[in-house]
Ligand binder design. Structure first.
Ligand code: IMP
Length: 190
C-alpha cells in the first residue's frame, strides 16, 4: 500500500458511480427482488467483507420475510490479482435445504469466487439459488457466470468504495471510485 491521506476522499482520482446512483439502483433492485419473491421467504447470504454495505442497503428495500447470514471467502489476499483458489474462512449458520437462497456479492471479476460458492451452496440443496452482485466486470470472466440481479456493469479497472477495498482500505467511501496512482505500490501491483 502506497501513501494514504488523512482524508480518504483525497486519495480518489475519479468517482465512477455516485452515492445517488447507487441508492437509485438499490431501489430498483429491491423492488424487482420483492416482486420476484412475493409470497416466498428468503435466506439472504452476503459475502464478507466487501458485500456488507450493498447487502445492508439492499435488504432494507426487500419486503418479503427473510433470514440473513454471511460467509467469508478469500481468493485475493492483499493484491489486485485473483489467485484462483477460494478458501472459506467463516461459514453460514443457517440450514438452507429447501429454502430460497440469495447470495449477495460485491463484484464479479473472474467469477471464480462466486462459481465456487454457488456449487458449495447447491450441494446443500436449496429450493432455489440466485445471485445479486453490485458490480459486474464481464471482461475479466474466466468461468461462465451471469448474476441474476446486477447493479452496474463496469470495465476491467480496479475499483474501491462502498464496501470494496484495496489492501483493506477505502471500504468506507460512500461511492465507487478509482484511487490515485500513488495508492498502488510496486509490490502489490505486481
Ligand atoms: P473473482 O473470483 O475474480 O470474481 O473475484 C471476486 C472478488 O475479488 C470480489 O468479491 C472482490 O473481493 C475482489 N475484487 C475483484 N475486483 C475487484 C475490484 O475492482 N475492487 C475490489 N475488489 C475486487
Amino acid at each position: 500500500m502506497g501513501h494514504i491521506s488523512a482524508n480518504v476522499h483525497d486519495d480518489i482520482k475519479k468517482v465512477l458511480i455516485t452515492e445517488e446512483q447507487i441508492a437509485k439502483r438499490c431501489d430498483e433492485l429491491g423492488a424487482e427482488i420483492s416482486a420476484d419473491y412475493a409470497g416466498k421467504e428468503l435466506v439472504v447470504i452476503f459475502v464478507l467483507k466487501g458485500a456488507s454495505i450493498f447487502f445492508a442497503d439492499l435488504i432494507r428495500r426487500i419486503n418479503v420475510p427473510m433470514q440473513v447470514d454471511s460467509i467469508a471467502a478469500a481468493s485475493y489476499g492483499n493484491t489486485t490479482k485473483s489467485s484462483g483458489t477460494v478458501r472459506i474462512d467463516k461459514d453460514i449458520e443457517t440450514a438452507i435445504e429447501g429454502r430460497h437462497v440469495m447470495l449477495v456479492e460485491d463484484i464479479i471479476d473472474t467469477g471464480l469466487t462466486l462459481s465456487y460458492l454457488k456449487s458449495y451452496f447447491e450441494r446443500q440443496k436449496p429450493a432455489s439459488l440466485k445471485v445479486a452482485a453490485l458490480l459486474d466486470k464481464p471482461g475479466a470472466r474466466k468461468v461462465d457466470l451471469v448474476p441474476d440481479y446486477n447493479g452496474f456493469t463496469i470495465g476491467n479497472e480496479f475499483v474501491v468504495g462502498y464496501g470494496l477495498d484495496y489492501a483493506q482500505h477505502f471500504r468506507n467511501l460512500p461511492y465507487i471510485a478509482i484511487p490515485k496512482d500513488y495508492v498502488w505500490n510496486d509490490e502489490e501491483k505486481e
